[in-house]
Ligand binder design. Structure first.
Ligand SMILES: [Zn+2]
Length: 173
């Protein structure tokens, strides 16, 4: 590993750490020529499928886009960045493990929903309400009930979204 400051190849590993989930190795290194310290990360490279959009377009898998979907749903929610990273990684691992060459954006959406459901209920409903095209209010209310067994308050984000989606056909909660 070449020193980023002086270019010397004479560098030394001072510390090695394996991440909790075992998929990442982080090393602290020191340049023996100029004493510059730097870090490196080693990760298993997942072989991810191509993403097929609804219109049939085939795109290379983009981790940034996946993370962006999580961050959008989790906006202003109290979920730490490293937990989000772990969820992004989990979705990627599932996709890689599937062994498929292609995956639909819909399938990715479902996997994101599964993770969000474990992370944060508000984010889950937020994502689901945008992502799924609900047939009717009942379907949406089922989803809200699914994640909040004791719901019924008129001020929950779920019911607000349900009202918005249902338009004129709002039913009493
Ligand atoms: Zn150096």
């Amino acid at each position: 590993m070449r020193c980023p400051a002086c270019g010397s190849e004479d560098t030394h590993v001072t510390e090695t750490r394996v991440s909790e989930d075992g998929v990442e190795i982080r090393r602290r290194r020191r340049c023996l020529a100029c004493d510059r310290r730097f870090k490196t990360v080693e990760r298993i490279e997942l072989s991810l499928p191509y993403v097929v959009k609804k219109n049939g377009a085939r795109l290379e898998f983009d981790e940034k886009k996946l993370r962006a979907s999580f961050l959008l749903a989790l906006r202003k929610r109290p979920v730490p960045a490293e937990i989000v990273d772990a969820s992004v990684r989990k979705v990627e691992e599932k996709l890689a493990a599937s062994g498929e060459r292609e995956v639909s954006t819909q399938r990715i959406g479902e996997l994101v929903m599964l993770e969000l459901k474990k992370l944060d209920k508000v984010a889950y409903i937020r994502f689901a309400s945008v992502y799924r095209s609900f047939q009717d209010v009942a379907e949406f209310q089922e989803l809200v009930a699914e994640v909040s067994p004791r719901s019924g308050g008129g001020s929950s984000p779920g019911s607000a979204a349900a009202r918005k989606r249902s338009g004129a056909k709002t039913r009493g909660a």
